[in-house]
Design a protein around this ligand. Structure first.
Ligand code: NDP
Length: 249
C-alpha cells in the first residue's frame, strides 16, 4: 500500500457510477459516509430502520449539486428474516444489476456490564445485529458484488474487536467476529476482483460514542467526516488489490 488511507484525498468523481449500499446510513459515521459517497458520484443505497431519519439523509443528498438521487432500504437488522434480505437483493438487482460497494456500518452498543452481569437476551440481540445480520446480508449480496468490475466490501470493527476489554461484553465479541468474517471472506475471494477489508474508525463524535462515554468532552473527538478518508479509499479504485486488511481510520 503506497497510500496512507487515513490521509487519502479523494479526487472528484472517484465513485462515479458506483452503486454503494451503506448500512446504518441514518446517523453517525454511516450518514456522513453516505453524503460523502454521493458527493463523489456514487449512487448510494441508504439502509436503516428509521424511515424519517433516512429521508432526512436522502434530502441532504438530493440538495447536493449534481449528486445522483439515492435509494432507501428500510430493514430492521434485529428482526429481518431471509425473505427480507432476498427482497433487498432482488430490488438492487432489478434497479442496478450489480453492487459495487457494501459498507457494514450499522451496530448497537449493548450493555456496558461485566460478563457475569450481562443479560442473555441482550447478548443475543447485539451479536445478531452487529454480526449475524452482516453475514446474512453479505451472503445474499455476494452474487451482485461479483457482477461488478471492482467490488469492495468494508466491515466496521472497533479497538475492542482486536483486544478484549472489561465491560465491553457482546459488542466486543461481535467485533472480534466481524474481523474474522472479513478475513474469511477476503481469503475465500483472494483470486477474484472482490476486496474485503475492515475499518476501526476509532473514537468518533456520534451517539454511540456518547452512550459509551457520557462524561467525555465531545468537542475533543474527531467528527464522522474526519474518519471518512479510509472508507473512501477502500471504496474507490485506488485500493484495488488491497484485501484482508484491518485498517484504522
Ligand atoms: P451510531 O449509533 O451513530 O449509528 C449507528 C447506525 O446503525 C444508525 O444508523 C442506526 O440506526 C443503525 N442501526 C442500529 N441498529 C440497527 C438495526 N437494528 N437495524 C438497522 N439499522 C440499525 O453509531 P456510529 O456512527 O458511532 O457507529 C458506526 C460504526 O462504527 C458501528 O459499527 C460502530 O460499532 C463503529 N465504531 C464507532 C466508534 C465511535 O467512536 N463512534 C468507535 C469504534 C467503532 P438508527 O439511526 O435508527 O439508530
Amino acid at each position: 500500500m503506497d497510500i496512507d488511507p487515513t490521509k487519502y484525498d479523494p479526487p472528484s468523481g472517484l465513485l462515479d457510477e458506483r452503486v454503494i449500499l451503506i448500512t446504518g446510513a441514518s446517523d453517525g459515521i454511516g450518514k456522513a459516509l453516505a453524503i460523502a459517497c454521493a458527493r463523489l458520484g456514487a449512487h448510494v443505497i441508504l439502509h436503516g430502520r428509521n424511515t424519517t431519519k433516512l429521508e432526512a439523509v436522502y434530502d441532504a443528498i438530493v440538495a447536493l449539486e449534481s449528486a445522483q438521487r439515492p435509494s432507501i432500504a428500510v430493514l430492521d437488522l434485529a428482526t429481518a428474516d431471509a425473505s427480507a434480505y432476498q427482497t433487498l437483493a432482488q430490488s438492487i438487482e432489478s434497479e442496478f444489476g450489480r453492487l459495487d460497494g457494501l459498507v457494514h456500518n450499522a451496530s448497537i452498543l449493548g450493555q456496558r456490564l461485566s460478563i457475569e452481569q450481562y443479560d442473555a437476551g441482550e447478548w443475543q440481540r447485539v451479536i445478531h445485529v452487529n454480526l449475524t445480520a452482516a453475514f446474512a446480508m453479505t451472503q445474499v449480496l455476494l452474487p451482485l458484488l461479483r457482477t461488478a468490475a471492482d467490488p469492495s466490501i468494508v466491515f466496521t470493527s472497533s479497538g475492542v474487536g482486536r483486544v478484549g476489554k472489561a465491560f465491553w461484553g457482546a459488542y466486543a465479541v461481535s467485533k472480534f467476529g466481524t474481523e474474522a468474517l472479513s478475513q474469511i471472506l477476503a481469503n475465500e475471494h483472494e483470486h477474484s476482483e472482490l476486496r474485503v477489508n475492515c475499518i476501526n474508525p476509532g473514537p468518533t463524535r456520534t451517539n454511540m460514542r456518547l452512550a459509551a462515554y457520557p462524561a467525555e468532552d465531545r468537542d475533543q473527538l474527531p467528527t464522522p467526516d474526519d474518519v471518512l478518508p479510509t472508507y473512501l479509499y477502500l471504496l474507490g479504485p485506488d485500493s484495488r488489490g488491497v484485501t484482508g486488511q484491518s485498517l484504522d481510520a
